[in-house]
Design a protein around this ligand. Structure first.
Ligand code: C2E
Ligand code: MG
Ligand code: MG
Length: 740
C-alpha cells in the first residue's frame, strides 16, 4: 500500500472539507425510491443537465432505511426526490419528519413522488415539513421533472444564501466584539484573519493584513505587514516589499491607493480605514466571491475599520495602563508583572531595590510642581542611562523608583554613587539624597506583590536608620511589621471603644514651685497596667494616620480638663498638648484647633502645642505656615525634646515658636555634682533667641536647683509630680491649695 498516496488523498479531502464555499461544481441530489425503474428514468432524464449553471450529482437510495444511512453521513443535498410509499405506506412521510426535525435539514428542498394518487399526504404535512412539490410519478415527464428540480434548486439557493448571510452577520457581530477587545495591533490583525476565514470558510493560508506605517517605529509612509498566517507568518512586521508574491503586493497597493475593496477572480482585497491609519486585507479566495459574500465582506470591513480606528487609542490606553505618564517608565503594576516573571525564571543573584528620594515634598512645595516633575524625569533619565541592559526600571510611587537586576550592579554603593552629582533642573542645581530598600528574590515570599512589599518594608527600615541609607529585607522585619499592624488594628479598636485615656503631668515654675501648666499625655490602659507605652503606640498611630483622630480627641479631653482644673488655681493654667506631623498634613489643623477651643470655651492663650524638633525640621514649609496661623490666634508653641534633633541656629530662628523644652536626656546629665553642658548651652541659646524654657524629666532636687541657677524658668518631672488621671490631679491640686 502506498502510504504517501493515501496521505495525499487525505490532504485533498481535508482541503475540500475546509473549503466548502468555493463554488461547488455540482448540485447534490438525493433520489429515494424503491423502484429501480424510477432511478433509471431519473438518471436518464437528468444526465448531462446543467441547471442554474451547474451539473447535478445524483445519489441513489432504494429504501427509506438506506436513505437514512446516507443522510447520516452527508447532509449537503440541495434537493431530495422522495417516494412516499416504500417499506411501508408512509415510509416516505416518516423520512420527511426525520430529515427536517431529527437531522435539522431545513434548507434542502423536498419533492414528493408517488405511484398511487390515493396516498396523498395531509395538507399539514406540506406546511409543517416545508415540502416543495407533490407529483405522481406519471405526471413527472422529463421536462416537468427538470422544471420542478430547477425551481427547487433556485429556492434552495436563496434559502441557503439567506441562512449564510444570517450566520455571517452573527459572526460579524461576534467578530467586532472580539476585535474590540484586542488591544495590540498584531493581535488585532490575527483577529481579523481568524474572523475572516471563519466568515468565508477559507483556509488560514493566503491572508495578509497590511497597514500604512510601521507598527514599531516612526516610518509612517511605507506599507507594513501586520498580520499573516501559514507560510507568510514570519513576515509579520516586515515591510510589504519583502513579500515575494507580487500578486498579493500589487493587490494590496492598489486597494490602498484606490481606497476601495477589490473583488478579483480568485482573490479579494478589503480596504480598511481608521482615524489615523489605513490598511488592507488580502484574501486568496480561490474563485470569485458570490454577491452575498461580497456584501458580507463589505459589512465586515466597515465594522473592522471602526475597530482599526479604536486601535491607536487602545494602544495608548494600554500604554497608559502599564506606564508612568511622567517618566514613561513602567508603573507599579507593570513592575509587579516583571517581578513575577523574574521569580518564575528563578534568576539567581537578583534583587529588587527601591530608591526613595529624600525630602521630595520639600522640593515640590518649595520650588513648585513643575520643578518637582522635571527632577523626577531627570532622575529617571539618569537611572535609565546607568541601569540599561539586564536591569528593569519602574516608577512605583511619587518619589520612589524600583529596579530589578543583578545584585552586583545594584549594590548600595553603586546606586548611591548615581546621586553623587546634583541634578540640573531649569536654573536649579538640586542635590538629591536617596534611601534604598532591598529584597533578594529568594526572600520575596514567592509573588511579585510580596517581593515589592518586602522591599518596601526594607525601605521603611532604611528611612529610620541614622547610620545607613539602605536596608535589606529580612524575615524578622516582616514579623515585626505584622506585629505593628496587629497593634495598629487593636489600637484603632480600643480608641473607638473609648478605652484610651489622657493623663496629666504638672509643669511648675522652678523658682516658686507653683503649677503653671499641665501636659496632656496619652495612655492606653489595660486590665493590668498599660497595653503599650506612648513611645510605642504613638508612632504607630502616626504611621497609620490614626493620630489625627486621636489627637483631636486628646485636645477635646484637654479642654474639658482645663475647666476642671483652672478653678483650683489662682494663676492662669496652661494646658500643653502634643501634636504630630500627620495633624499638620491635614492642612486645616488651625481651623480644627480653633473650632475646638471655641466650642469648649477655652481661651487660646491657655493652650500650648508641643511639636518635636524633628517635625519642625522635616517639612518646615507645611509646619511654619500652620504655626504662624496658630500663634496668630494666641496659641503658644513649644519645641519638644529639644536638643535631640539637628536643627541649626538659622532654622531655629525661622520657626515661629515661644518655648524650648530641654530634652530629658540633657537634664539626666545633671547628676553627681556635675552640671549639664548641653542643658546650659540650650538655656543660653533660648535666651538669645528670646524664647522661654522648660526642662523635662526633672527627677531630683539637684537637677531642679541647677536648672534654676541657669535661669531655666520652668520644669516638669517626677520630682514634682508624675503624670496622673484627671481626678487624681484634681485632688493633688486641691491638696496643694489647702496646704498653702
Ligand atoms: P513627651 O511629649 O516628651 O512627654 C514627656 C514624656 O516624659 C512623657 O512620657 C512623660 O511621662 C515622661 N516624663 C515626664 N517626667 C519624667 C521624669 O521625670 N522622668 C522620666 N523618665 N520621664 C518623665 P510618656 O507619657 O510616655 O510619653 C511619651 C511620648 O509620647 C511623649 O513625649 C510624646 O512625644 C508622646 N505623646 C504622649 N501623648 C501624646 C499625645 O497626646 N499626642 C502625641 N502626638 N504624642 C503624645
Ligand atoms: Mg510633650
Ligand atoms: Mg519631651
Amino acid at each position: 500500500m502506498n502510504d504517501n498516496n493515501q496521505n495525499d488523498e487525505l490532504i485533498l479531502l481535508e482541503d475540500e472539507a475546509a473549503n466548502p464555499r468555493r463554488p461547488a461544481s455540482r448540485w447534490p441530489l438525493l433520489v429515494i425510491d424503491d423502484d429501480d425503474e424510477v432511478h433509471a428514468a431519473t438518471r436518464f432524464a437528468l444526465a448531462d443537465q446543467t441547471l442554474l449553471g451547474r451539473h447535478l450529482e445524483l445519489v441513489h437510495a432504494r429504501s427509506a432505511a438506506e436513505a437514512r444511512a446516507i443522510l447520516a453521513a452527508r447532509r449537503d443535498f440541495a434537493v431530495i426526490l422522495l417516494d412516499v410509499v416504500m417499506e411501508t405506506d408512509d415510509a416516505g412521510l416518516a423520512l420527511v419528519g426525520h430529515i427536517r426535525e431529527t437531522l435539522g435539514m431545513w434548507e434542502c428542498r423536498i419533492i414528493l413522488r408517488t405511484g398511487q394518487p390515493g396516498y396523498a399526504p395531509e395538507l399539514t404535512v406540506f406546511n409543517n415539513y416545508d415540502i416543495n412539490d407533490y407529483r405522481t410519478k406519471a405526471e413527472l415527464t422529463r421536462t416537468r421533472l427538470i422544471t420542478a428540480i430547477t425551481a427547487a434548486l433556485r429556492s434552495f439557493d436563496q434559502i441557503r444564501t439567506i441562512a449564510e448571510n444570517r450566520r455571517g452577520l452573527e459572526l460579524i457581530v461576534k467578530a467586532v466584539a472580539d476585535l474590540m477587545e484586542q488591544h495590540a495591533l498584531t493581535q488585532f490583525a490575527e483577529g481579523v484573519l481568524t474572523q475572516m476565514t471563519a466568515l468565508l470558510k477559507l483556509p488560514l493560508d493566503g491572508i495578509v493584513c497590511a497597514q500604512r506605517g510601521s507598527p514599531f517605529d516612526d516610518d509612517r509612509d511605507r506599507l507594513y505587514i501586520v498580520g499573516a498566517a501559514g507560510k507568510l507568518a514570519p513576515l509579520i512586521a516586515a515591510p510589504l516589499d519583502d513579500l515575494g508574491d507580487s500578486v498579493v503586493r500589487t493587490a494590496i497597493e492598489e486597494t490602498i491607493t484606490q481606497s476601495t475593496h477589490q473583488f478579483g477572480l480568485d482573490h479579494t482585497t478589503l480596504y480598511l480605514r481608521g482615524a489615523e491609519q489605513e490598511g488592507a486585507v488580502y484574501l486568496d479566495t480561490g474563485g470569485p466571491l458570490s454577491e452575498a459574500d461580497r456584501q458580507l465582506v463589505a459589512v465586515f470591513a466597515a465594522n473592522i475599520s471602526a475597530c482599526f480606528s479604536n486601535l491607536n487609542y487602545m494602544e495608548k490606553l494600554n500604554f497608559a495602563a502599564y506606564h508612568d505618564a511622567l517618566t514613561h517608565l513602567s508603573n507599579r503594576s507593570n513592575f509587579i508583572v516583571q517581578l513575577e516573571h523574574a521569580l518564575r525564571d528563578g534568576q539567581q543573584g537578583q534583587v529588587v531595590a527601591l530608591i526613595d528620594i529624600d525630602h521630595f515634598a520639600d522640593i515640590n512645595d518649595g520650588l513648585g510642581h513643575d520643578v518637582g516633575n522635571e527632577l523626577l524625569v531627570a532622575v529617571a533619565t539618569r537611572l535609565e542611562g546607568a541601569l540599561y541592559g539586564d536591569c528593569r526600571l519602574a516608577r512605583i510611587g511619587a518619589d520612589v523608583f524600583g529596579v530589578l537586576g543583578p545584585h552586583e550592579r545594584l549594590r548600595p554603593e553603586a546606586l548611591t554613587a548615581l546621586f553623587a552629582m546634583p541634578f540640573e533642573v531649569g536654573e536649579h542645581l538640586l542635590p538629591v539624597n536617596v534611601k534604598l530598600g532591598y529584597c533578594r528574590l529568594e526572600d520575596g515570599g514567592g509573588s511579585g506583590f510580596n517581593l515589592l512589599k518586602r522591599a518596601n518594608i526594607a525601605l521603611n527600615g532604611a528611612k529610620k536608620h541614622l547610620s545607613a541609607d539602605f536596608d535589606y529585607f529580612s524575615c524578622d522585619m516582616e514579623e515585626h511589621t505584622r506585629w505593628r499592624l496587629d497593634l495598629i488594628r487593636q489600637l484603632k479598636h480600643d480608641f473607638h471603644a473609648e478605652r484610651l485615656a489622657v493623663w496629666y503631668q504638672p509643669q511648675v515654675a522652678i523658682h516658686s514651685g507653683e503649677v503653671v501648666g499641665v501636659e496632656a499625655l496619652l495612655r492606653w490602659p489595660s486590665e493590668a497596667g498599660f497595653v503599650q507605652p506612648p513611645s510605642v503606640f504613638v508612632p504607630l498611630a502616626e504611621y497609620s494616620g490614626l493620630i489625627v483622630e486621636i489627637g483631636e480627641w486628646v485636645l477635646s479631653e484637654a479642654c474639658k480638663a482645663y475647666h476642671v482644673l483652672s478653678p483650683l488655681q489662682e494663676s492662669p493654667l496652661r494646658i500643653a498638648v502634643n501634636v504630630s506631623m500627620p495633624q499638620f498634613r491635614t492642612g486645616n489643623l488651625t481651623e480644627r484647633v480653633a473650632s475646638r477651643l471655641g466650642s469648649s470655651r477655652v481661651p487660646p492663650s491657655a493652650l500650648e502645642l508641643e511639636i518635636t524638633e524633628s517635625i519642625a525640621m522635616d517639612e518646615p514649609k507645611t509646619v511654619i505656615a500652620a504655626l504662624e496661623s496658630l500663634r496668630a490666634l494666641g496659641i503658644s508653641v513649644a519645641i519638644d525634646d529639644f536638643g535631640t534633633g539637628y536643627s541649626s541656629l538659622a532654622q531655629l530662628r525661622a520657626l515661629p515658636i515661644d518655648r524650648l523644652k530641654i530634652d530629658r536626656a540633657f537634664v539626666d546629665e545633671i547628676r553627681d555634682g556635675k552640671g549639664g553642658l548641653f542643658a546650659e548651652t540650650i538655656v543660653t541659646l533660648g535666651k538669645k533667641l528670646g524664647l522661654r524654657l522648660i526642662a523635662e524629666g526633672v527627677e531630683t532636687p539637684e537637677q531642679a536647683g541647677f536648672l534654676r541657677a541657669l535661669g531655666c524658668g520652668e520644669a516638669q518631672g517626677f520630682f514634682y509630680a508624675r503624670p496622673m488621671p484627671l481626678e487624681e490631679l484634681r485632688d493633688w491640686l486641691a491638696a496643694r491649695q489647702a496646704r498653702q
